[in-house]
Design a protein around this ligand. Sequence first.
Ligand code: BTN
Length: 328
Amino acid sequence: MHQTDARLGRIICVLMSYPTVVISGTKLAGEIGATRSDVWRLVEQLRTLGVEITGHPSSGYQLAAVPDLLLPDMLAPLLRGTICADDIHHYYRVGSTNTLAMEEAAAGAPEGSIYLAEQQTAGRGRGSNQWHSAESTGIYCSLVVRPALPPSDVLILTLATGLAVQSAIQEIDPRIQPDLKWPNDVLLNGKKVCGILTEMSSEATHVRYIVVGIGLNVNHVSFPEELEPIAISLRMATETEWSRIDTCAALLKSFDREYNNLLLNPDAHADILQRFQEHSSSARGKEVWIEEHDGFEGVTEGLDSRGFLQIRTREGLKTVYSGTVRLK
Ligand code: BTN
C-alpha cells in the first residue's frame, strides 16, 4: 500500500493546462521536476490506471480525455477555503481508508486530513459488514477531525454527515431526492447509495480525534448478486455517468459547511436533529424491525435529544442505541 506518487497528478495538471497542445517530454520533465525517463515511466503508470494520454517520448504527450481520478492536485483547487484543502492523501489501493485514517490520526494527522482510495480491499461498514469498493467507481473517503466536543456528540456529527451527503447529491442533480435512514445511510429509490462509518478515539469527556468514513456508490453499473436488492449507484438511479471528482468536491464542501455549523452555531444540535427528521422518511411513523440483541419491532417516533432513534413498541417507548433498522 503506497501513497500515489504526487508527480502523477502534476503531469495531469500540466497536460490539462495545455489541452490542445502536444507537450514534449523535456518540457513536461522540467515542469514537474523530474527526468525525461521518469516522465515516460509515470505516463506509462497513468495509462495503466486508465488515463488516456497519446504520444511517446520522441513526439511529446497530449491528454485525450480529462481523467476522473481523485488525485490531490486535481481536488485541492476545488476545496479551497475548506478544512479539507491542505492534507489530501490518495492511494490506488488500500485495505480500508478508515483504518488508514485512524492510524494516521493516532500518529498526529491534522484536522481536515483526508484519505482517498480508488479501491479498497477490506472496506468496512458498521458492525462486521464489508463495504463493496470496486475500483474507480465509487468514492471511498475518510476524513480526520479533532473537534472540541464531548464523545456523546459523535452521533450528531454522523447525522450531520448524512445531511451533507444528501445536499451534495442534490446540488449536482436537483431531480433526485435522496432519503436518510438513521443513523448512517443515504438511500435512493429505497436502496443504499451511501454509508457513513464514524470512528473515534476519546477520553470520557473529550474527543481526541474522529474519522468520518464515507462510501458513495457513484458510477457502478451493477453490484454483486447479494447486494443487487439493496444497493444502488448515482449512475444507476439517474442513467448518467457522474464526475467522481466534482461529486467528491461537492461532498467535502458540504461536509465543511455542516461541520462549521456544528462547531460554531449554538443551536446546531437542535437544528441538525430537526433537519435529519425532516429529510428522513423513516424517522417517524414507519413500522420497523430493529436488529439489536434479540430484536424488536415497533413504529419509529423520531430522535431523542442525543440523536438516538425512538421506537414505539407494545411494551412502551424504546431507544435504539446501536442496532440496524430494517424497514418493514
Ligand atoms: C455502512 O454503511 O455501514 C458504512 C460504510 C462506510 C464505508 C466507507 S468507504 C470509506 C471508508 N473506509 C471504510 O473502510 N469504510 C468507510
